[in-house]
Design a protein around this ligand. Sequence first.
Ligand code: OFO
Length: 167
Amino acid sequence: MIKKRMEDELNKQINAEFYSSYLYLSMAAYFEEKNLAGFSNWMNVQAQEEWAHGLKIFNFVNERGGSVKLMAIDAPKNEWNNIIEVFEDVYAHEQKITGLINSLIDVAIEEADHATKNFLQWFIDEQVEEEASVSTLLEQIKMIDGKGTGLFMLDRELGSRTFTALV
Ligand code: OFO
């Protein structure tokens, strides 16, 4: 049975993951409006992944005999000055999420909750991957100054990203 403190913190993380999904969906809408279907697709896949992260924690809390408490999801930002700014926001957001996961592990250690600590390791690895891929993308967008033929080519490339369900 999971302890109350750990359960509360995991419930907050479910909310943070669902908020991430909302934020990326908002970015997908921004790109859709700009006729950048590839970028919009990339953000849509990102949004689906975040929803799956939230569900992964949701299932874990249930499995441990805890109670899932869903909270209101904050409205995400919906306007950006340019594409570089969007990806700077994504990168900053992922770094924030990494910090939240690290804090969750600190709580798991304090509570001697080895099962939760073990479960969260998956998220630690996932964050390393997410930060690396977003930082590469941000650098590439800066290289092409967020416009022109480079942007057109990158949009085509990002259009091929697909969502893979978590196991
Ligand atoms: Fe859930 O990994 Fe991004 O935020």
